[in-house]
Design a protein around this ligand. Structure first.
Ligand code: 5GP
Length: 240
């Protein structure tokens, strides 16, 4: 806990609201219970979703920091309120795939469940108006979003983060078919930003291959809170 205070909301995304604080270098990222999918077409709420995602993200950021990955995470102000460095978000979703699932199975002849020999990294342009189209280094450069050096760094950092997370999830009984990362610039550095949670990763039971992530909401009507709680019980047992 800390003495940092939330002041004004300055940005509200689909699942989090960003607040200014009494510390000029920090924001508070509030993880909400709201859920959206399919570019905002499907909307709902799930009780305690924000809390579980915030705590799962906290644990993962702490673990990554211990492994030498610099993140925007600076602590928790309360259960669902994360203190973060102020960064300039790079409008790119870095997606890493270990097992075929979701959109890649529709765009390419890759059957769901196919385990890739090496992780696949793709970049999407983070822009709802254009439905997050795929992008590459030349498009990022043409749009003035990132330099070639930054794009190379994003790929290298994403692969490093993935190589830490896959065994971490495995140890806890889960597969990590894919995940989405976002990064931001601060003081001449690129930091891992946003969140790593059940909303931004595919998380499957190692044995049954059952989903414990947002696909429960995207494609079904299962008990999302119960699934996120199950992941939290494994990754963050100290909150129970
Ligand atoms: P797909 O391309 O199959 O829809 O998503 C691949 C992975 O990236 C999934 O783990 C998914 O949760 C994540 N992902 C991709 N785009 C978004 C997005 O706009 N929001 C969230 N929360 N996750 C995304």
């Amino acid at each position: 806990m800390s003495n940092i205070q939330k002041l004004e909301p300055i940005y509200s995304g689909k699942a989090k609201t960003i607040y200014t604080t009494n510390d000029s270098g920090k924001y508070i990222s509030e993880f909400r219970d709201s859920l959206t999918a399919f570019n905002g077409d499907k909307k709902s709420e799930a009780p305690k979703k924000g809390y579980y995602n915030a705590q799962i993200s906290r644990k993962i950021f702490e673990m990554l920091e211990e492994n030498g990955v610099e993140t925007h995470y600076k602590g928790m102000a309360s259960g669902a309120d994360m203190i973060v460095d102020i960064v300039e978000i790079i409008k790119i979703e870095v997606i890493i795939r270990n097992i075929a699932a979701g959109s890649i199975t529709k765009r390419y002849p890759m059957p769901a469940g196919k385990v890739f020999d090496k992780p696949i990294v793709v970049f999407d342009y983070k822009n709802d108006d254009y439905q997050d189209p795929m992008m590459n280094e030349d498009i990022a450069f043409a749009l003035g979003i990132a330099t070639y050096e930054e794009m190379a760094y994003l790929k290298e950092a994403a692969l490093k983060i993935n190589s830490i997370l896959v065994p971490y999830f495995d140890k806890n009984g889960y597969l990590l078919p894919d995940l989405k990362l976002e990064f931001g610039r601060a003081n001449g550095k690129i930091l891992l930003a946003d969140e790593i949670s059940c909303d931004t990763c595919r998380i499957w039971d190692k044995v049954t291959k059952e989903s414990f992530d947002k696909d429960i909401f995207r494609f079904g009507d299962g008990d999302l809170t119960k699934a996120y709680e199950a992941v939290a019980r494994k990754l963050v047992p100290e909150i129970f």
